[in-house]
Design a binder for this molecule. Structure first.
Ligand SMILES: Cc1cc2nc3c(=O)[nH]c(=O)nc-3n(C[C@H](O)[C@H](O)[C@H](O)COP(=O)(O)OP(=O)(O)OC[C@H]3O[C@@H](n4cnc5c(N)ncnc54)[C@H](O)[C@@H]3O)c2cc1C
Length: 470
């Protein structure tokens, strides 16, 4: 769809600075991608930097029925910011000036384009912490995190993004500016619209400001690397730690394929003959951290661990975590296409899910690398493939379906943190009853009767299936 001429003229009155309205082919192509592998060309990109501008654009778009897709840094792995129906991409990534920490109320008030890691860094100056730490926290925006309800390693102990947002400023699809929640940690007045917007993947409203809860920063931490000869034992170890009375800040897993990929990418002295490693971070009072780390080492010995390394300094801990951070860049060196899944299972089912993933890998002869947030059952089975290879992609389609079946059979969900977007919408009827899906659609229609905001996300179209091989 192209933008009607008079709508374009009126837009110039809303965004006076024309350098923030992008329409060249190079710009439009750049805004056609995210970190998944879909591609859709927008008709126009508008870089907004106030609630009033956002409201003006949405009023106009609603009147002319122009699709609008909000976008942060486009690190989405589910196709969330892709402009499937064309129209306007509303880029909030440049709107990043406000980052106020109030150490008495223990809150941060931020504009939508602030990069997540900057919030934790600002909180640290006051002895506070913003816990949600997606792997992309050095690049992703807080608005993107809120829209996807992002998780991360530290969410095992501290909870996910939705647990830290207490107030929002939102622009509705009809262009009304609205506040939800506030600055109090407790608030039960009326329906909780804040939590409805969080995780709505940019389909209900555009987030223009957020008030976030901060917590005291733990005084000490310790990292352990636990090395296994058998992948399944690492899954059993996660369950044993969590039923031992200890709640680590993080439990991350890397399988043999990811260990070897990282070591080939950057030699760090990782055990390339191991079939899995667990990285465990403990935090809290120094005495408790010491005690818990000894207890975990004991559990590891009794669960078949081959070796346990305990970082003695912050620098050593940083080196151990570097291995986990390098998995994503390391695994894409063998083939150009990476499909990153985040199907999640109840914690007691982690060993069984690990076993099912290995069966799927063998059955469909795919390059499957498994790593991720094992502590909360949120593994990342990543398929490394080449989208130009039709035969391989047919096997990948079947493998993805099998992964979703396995997770749902085990009482899990299609997505623990990356969202549904375009990549998983075809499978929504596998997880939800027609009644539940219909209720979600009715909520969408009540907020956005003209379906202009991020259309073609979350909900399947009849007969839709995953097709990667065309
Ligand atoms: C290497 C790597 C590691 C990652 N690790 C993790 C991880 O550990 N945990 C995790 O959860 N995710 C992870 N992700 C996925 C991704 O980073 C997150 O989903 C992130 O929240 C997206 O933020 P973004 O700013 O890039 O948003 P985008 O990708 O631009 O957009 C994401 C969604 O937010 C919507 N949106 C953007 N701005 C607004 C707004 N102002 N109002 C309303 N909706 C809006 C978009 O429409 C879209 O639906 C990772 C991605 C990569 C590439």
């Amino acid at each position: 769809m192209s933008i009607p001429r008079n709508a374009f003229q009126q837009m110039k009155m809303i965004i006076r600075d024309q350098s923030r309205v992008l329409a060249s082919e190079e710009d439009l192509v750049s805004y056609g991608y995210d970190a998944s592998f879909g591609f859709y060309l927008p008709d126009l990109v508008v870089q907004v930097n106030s609630a009033e501008e956002t409201a003006g654009i949405l009023k106009l778009a609603n009147r002319f029925k122009i699709p609008v897709t909000p976008r942060g840094q486009a690190s989405s792995l589910s196709g969330g910011p892709l402009p499937v129906k064309g129209g306007i991409v509303l880029d909030v990534s440049q709107w990043n000036k406000k980052l106020i920490v109030d150490s008495e109320d223990l809150v941060a008030v931020v504009s939508p384009g602030v990069v997540t890691a900057q919030i934790d860094k600002a909180a640290a100056k006051y002895g506070l912490m913003y816990p949600p730490d997606p792997g992309s926290s050095q690049m992703s925006t807080i608005a993107g995190n809120l829209a996807e309800n992002s998780g991360g390693p530290r969410c095992l102990k501290y909870g996910v993004t939705k647990d830290y947002v207490i107030g929002l400023e939102v622009v509705t699809p009809q262009g009304e500016i609205m506040r939800t929640g506030g600055r109090t940690v407790k608030n039960v007045s009326g329906y909780d619209l804040t939590k409805l917007i969080v995780g709505s993947e940019g389909t209900l409203g555009v987030i223009t400001e957020a008030t976030l809860r901060l917590v005291p920063r733990p005084p000490s931490s310790r990292t352990l690397m636990i090395i296994f000869d058998h992948f399944i034992d690492s899954g059993k170890m996660v369950t044993k730690i969590l039923t031992s009375g200890i709640l680590p800040a993080k439990i991350e897993m890397m399988d043999g394929a990811s260990i070897r990929a990282v070591e080939a990418y950057k030699p760090l002295g990782l055990p390339t003959d191991a079939e899995a490693i667990l990285l465990v971070a403990l935090d809290g009072h120094p005495a408790a951290v010491k005690d818990e780390s000894e207890k975990i080492a004991e559990i590891a010995k009794n669960t078949g661990a081959k070796e346990i390394k305990v970082a003695k300094t912050d620098q050593e801990a940083g080196e151990l975590w570097q291995a986990r951070k390098l998995v994503s860049p390391a695994i894409v060196r063998t083939k150009p296409t990476k499909i990153s899944e985040d199907a999640t299972v109840p914690r007691s089912k982690i060993p069984e899910f690990c076993a099912r993933l290995q069966e799927i890998k063998m059955k469909y002869r795919i390059d499957l690398v498994v790593f991720g947030h094992a502590g909360d059952g949120n593994l990342h089975p990543n398929i490394i493939c080449d989208k130009r290879d039709k035969k391989e992609m047919e096997r990948v389609e079947k493998a993805i379906e099998a992964i979703f079946h396995a997770a749902l059979d085990l009482g899990g969900t299609l997505s623990g943190e990356h969202g549904i977007g375009t990549m998983k919408s075809a499978f929504m009827p596998w997880e939800f009853s027609p009644e539940a899906l219909d209720m979600m659609k009715r909520i969408k229609t009540a907020w956005d009767p003209n379906n202009i905001l991020n259309p073609s996300k979350i909900f399947p179209v009849p007969g839709q299936r995953l097709v990667l091989s065309e």
